[in-house]
Structures are given as structure tokens and as C-alpha cells.
Design a protein around this ligand. Structure first.
Ligand code: ADP
Length: 503
């Protein structure tokens, strides 16, 4: 299917953009969503737009370090007939002048983690993010800064377009705000019981199959998809995939219904954070011209992880949420065969406890070949991207994927399954023409993954070919500058749709 282009902006003007998200780098991160919401605003700011960010103030966020101040403004949000106060705090996105608003509420956000502990999700996540979403229109009223467009992200903020088009539809201050809804991962939708309609103070008319109703309950992401003026997801391939039952977690029909307003925009990488030439987490910096430095990082990485450095033995890195999505069961299936190959395997991840156990089990079985770091550690992640020779992403599905893009920049060759953003960015290496930037496999089975690993390990033996492959990757440019221009076009499309509706 031909790629549909967003129309060019009609006129160059400063757009007032509010990005609402549950996580933003460097304040709080569990995955790629935070990378996007931390980098996109800066790129939009560089284009001259008035962009601001809003997120919850979690306990983990260091108020002193980031100079977060109380604005003195308060919003009162009613949920389930109880009033909850949101204090509006303010800081800036480090390395920029982008204002960041934080919603502070002890009951909902003063907790050890963001969404879940290893034992499971917080039981009241639906209330927590309903509260956060309901704060946004009220915060805008209190602050007196009215955005042209709100960019909502994932299920946590799916209710914002719903509130704007129902409760605030006739509010003079808010009624012209357009909304863009970005889907970073359709597997997490925010499903709740139908009583949440009353709890939110929403009208029962929208409890129908075309709007908020979803198999007898409600679905926050469906709300975002149905009520936003435009929708996008984070790669073109994933945009097509989520319109099919195989990938959509039951939202394919809803998405097909909004096909003409659905766009795919590939994420970028923040090269001020992810660049081996300047990376402050590395013991040695390197560039394509000083690629020897990478070997030094590899030696230090192995030392840090308690493995011995062995010349000519490739290190495969994996940095990932440990979740079914990531194809980790494929790895479990082939681990014994994989361990017969001449390689070492460095894992960094946290998530489902069964995967914690799985990697500990294999580490105990192959202590000289496997390092299992079961934790979240940003610095170590940087060193794995840099110090590994290959990077593994055998995902069942992958909306965009950042790990493979980061790896390319660090001269670490990705081995990926051809799905979502992985398919859009990684091209299988062609030995004859020396083209391509990684190794890919298609099948939804472990043995295709094993074959790809074996080909990579064999190719690694030929240093000249391997260097060509590394350079192919390091030359690529997935910067946010390009992606930000597309987001501006998306916001234009949102405002255009909103104008049509209001006309
Ligand atoms: P997802 O959003 O599904 O988790 P992405 O590939 O889009 O996957 O983004 C994952 C991001 O989170 C990357 O920046 C990756 O380096 C980081 N990350 C994942 N797990 C860890 C971890 N245990 N420690 C440090 N960083 C991690």
C-alpha cells in the first residue's frame, strides 16, 4: 500500500503545542514513550514552536535537581464523587527552554514506581490516569495558556480528547483546541469497568460501541482514537499492522474506521544523548573513524558484567523491558543451541518475573558466556549499546523500537524480527552488494531467529565485511529533526479537522 503523505502546512506560524504523557526523559522512563516525549518537544522548539509538556510528578522525580517549583495553581478534580487536588508545578526540559508542567497529587503519584511493581500493576492505574487526564483541561484554564493542539500519548492520556469533546465542548476557552493522539503501543489500552463513565463525570450517551464502550466496559485508548482529531503511530509498518486483528488487540475495526486520519511517523533518536562520540556513560568515546575505541568499551563492559574478554568472540547485547512482546520466549527455546556458538550474551532488563528467573537460570548454567543484569540501569544500557557487537530484538511486535536505532549509531549490528518499526529501519545485509545494516528474520518462530544469529556470528568472522556492516549502520540518520517536521504536519492536519468540525 502506498504511503499516504501528510499535507504541507498551509502557512508557517508558531503553533502552541501541549504534549501530555505519563513518562518523559529524563524525569521518568520505563520505555520508548519517554524517549519520544523527552526529545520531540526539543526538536519542535528548534523549529520555532511554542511547545510545553505535562506529566505527573512521581516520587522518583528529583525536584531539587530539576528545579521544579510550585506555580501555586491548583485544580480540583472530581472522580467517583470525591474531590482530588492537583497542584501544578513547573520546571524545564533539561538542555532546553521547554516548560514542563507537573501534576502533583500524593494519593496517586507519590509511589515507589510509575505503573507497577514486579508483583503486578497498581490496582488503581485507571483512576490515576483518569485523574491526570482530567487535570489537563483544568490546568489550561488555570494557567491561561491555551494550546492550539494537545498531543496525547498512549492509553494514559486517551481520555483527554474525550473530556474536551464532551464536558468542555462548549467551553469558550477550550472548545477550539485540536487533539492528536499518538499510539506508541496498542497492547496497553486502559480497559476499565463501565462505571468509570460516571466516576469521570462523562455523559452516558458515549457509552456505545462507536465511542467509549468496549466489550461491556470502557477503553481509554479507544477513546483517544475515536475522539481525537488525528491519530498517529510510530512507524508506517505498525500503522498497517494495527489495522489487522493479529496486531490490534481488538481495536483494528476502530482504527480502520478512522483510516483517513491515521498516520505513521517513525520516531527519531536524540543524538545529544545517544552518540558514541560524546556519550558520557562510556569509558572511551569513538566515531566511525576511531572505531578501535569500541573494543575498549567492549573490554570494560565485559569486566563490569563479570565476563572474560575473548578476542574474536562476538558479544550479543539485549536491553529490553522483559515482556512477552519482546520475543524472549524465542530466546528461551534456542538458548541451548545458541550457547554452542562461539559468543557471549549480555542482558539488561526488568519486567515479568518469569523472565527474571529464566535469565538467571541460563546465567547460572553458562556463567562464562552469559551476564544477566536484571535491573533498570541507564548507564549500563549505554555501555551495552556501545560495547556489544550485535544487538538482539526478536520482538513479536514492535511499534517503532529504539534499541535498533541506537545500536546502529554505536556500530552494533541489530538482529531483528521483521515487524513494525524494526522492518522499516533494518535491512538484511546483502553479502554481494555489501548493502544493508543488520540481520533480519520473518517467521514467528525461534528457529528463524536462531538462523539469523548464526548468520551474524559467521559474518562476524570476516572483519572487513563486518566493518562495512558497522559503517553502513553508523552512517544512517534517524534524528528528530525530520520526525519533528512530520509532527508539525500532523498538528496542522489536527487543526484542519478541528476547524472543519467547528465550521
Ligand atoms: P519499549 O518502548 O517497548 O520498551 P523501545 O525500544 O521503544 O521499547 O524503547 C526502550 C527504551 O528503554 C530504550 O531507550 C532502551 O534503551 C530503554 N531500556 C529498556 N530497558 C532498560 C533497562 N533495563 N535499563 C535501561 N534502559 C532500558
Amino acid at each position: 500500500m502506498a504511503e499516504r503523505k501528510l499535507s504541507k502546512p498551509h502557512k508557517q506560524r508558531v503553533i502552541k503545542i501541549l504534549i501530555a504523557a505519563s513518562e518523559v526523559v529524563p524525569f521518568a522512563k520505563t520505555g520508548g514513550l519517554a524517549d519520544v516525549t523527552g526529545a520531540l518537544p526539543k526538536a519542535l522548539r528548534n523549529l520555532g514552536h511554542d511547545v510545553r509538556v505535562v506529566m505527573p510528578l512521581y516520587r522518583k522525580i528529583d525536584r531539587e535537581k530539576y528545579g521544579i517549583k510550585d506555580t501555586g495553581k491548583r485544580v480540583n478534580i472530581n472522580i467517583a464523587l470525591h474531590d482530588h487536588e492537583g497542584a501544578v508545578m513547573e520546571g524545564v526540559l533539561p538542555g532546553s527552554d521547554v516548560p514542563v508542567y507537573f501534576i502533583n497529587n500524593r494519593e496517586f503519584f507519590d509511589r515507589e514506581e510509575i505503573y507497577r511493581t514486579p508483583q503486578g500493576e497498581y490496582w488503581d492505574n485507571n483512576e490515576r490516569f483518569m485523574f491526570f487526564s482530567k487535570c489537563i483541561p483544568e490546568m489550561i484554564k488555570a494557567a491561561g495558556w491555551v494550546p492550539d493542539v494537545i498531543n496525547c500519548n498512549d492509553w494514559h492520556t486517551g481520555l483527554i480528547p474525550v473530556f474536551l469533546k464532551t464536558i468542555y465542548a462548549n467551553d469558550d476557552m477550550l472548545k477550539n483546541i485540536a487533539t492528536a493522539y499518538s499510539i506508541h503501543n496498542i497492547a496497553y489500552q486502559g480497559c476499565a469497568s463501565k462505571e468509570m463513565i460516571s466516576h469521570a463525570g462523562l455523559p452516558w450517551e458515549i457509552y456505545n460501541m462507536h465511542q467509549l464502550e468496549f466489550y461491556g466496559g470502557i477503553n481509554y485508548m479507544k477513546g483517544g482514537i475515536v475522539f481525537a482529531d488525528v491519530i498517529n503511530t510510530v512507524s508506517n509498518k505498525y500503522k498497517e499492522e494495527i489495522k489487522t486483528p493479529e496486531y490490534s488487540y481488538n481495536l483494528d475495526g476502530v482504527l480502520r474506521g478512522r483510516d483517513k486520519d491515521l498516520y505513521g511517523i517513525l520516531n527519531g533518536i536524540d543524538y545529544t544523548v545517544w552518540d558514541p562520540a560524546t556519550d558520557r556513560f562510556l569509558p572511551v568515546n569513538y566515531t566511525p573513524e576511531t572505531i578501535e575505541g569500541k573494543t575498549e568499551v567492549k573490554k570494560k563492559l565485559l569486566e563490569e558484567c563479570g565476563l572474560k574478554y575473548k578476542e574474536n568472540v562476538p558479544v550479543i547485547g539485549l536491553v529490553s523491558r522483559l515482556d512477552d512482546q519482546k520475543g524472549l520466549d524465542f530466546i528461551a527455546n534456542i538458548m541451548e543451541e545458541m550457547m554452542k556458538l562461539n559468543l557471549q550474551f549480555v542482558i539488561l532488563g526488568t519486567g515479568e518475573e518469569n523472565y527474571h528467573r529464566m535469565f538467571h537460570f541460563f546465567r547460572d548454567r553458562y556463567p562464562e558466556k552469559i551476564a544477566a543484569n536484571i535491573k533498570f540501569d541507564n548507564g549500563l544500557a549505554h555501555r551495552i549499546y556501545a560495547g556489544s557487537d550485535m544487538f538482539l530484538m526478536p520482538s513479536r511486535f514492535e511499534p517503532c523500537g529504539l534499541g535498533q536505532l541506537i545500536s546502529l549509531k554505536y556500530g552494533t549490528v541489530p538482529i531483528v524480527r521483521e515487524t513494525g518499526g524494526l522492518a522499516d529501519t533494518i535491512k538484511h545485509f546483502n553479502f554481494k552488494e555489501k548493502k544493508g545494516n543488520g540481520f533480519t528474520f520473518q517467521g514467528y518462530n525461534p528457529w528463524d531467529l536462531f538462523r539469523a544469529i548464526r548468520v551474524a556470528v559467521d559474518t562476524f568472522k570476516n572483519r572487513a565485511v563486518w566493518e562495512k556492516l558497522m559503517h553502513n549502520g553508523m552512517k544512517e540518520n534517524f534524528s528528530w529533526d525530520m520526525a519533528a517536521v512530520k509532527y508539525v504536519e500532523l498538528y496542522d492536519a489536527a487543526m484542519h479537522n478541528k476547524n472543519l468540525q467547528n465550521a
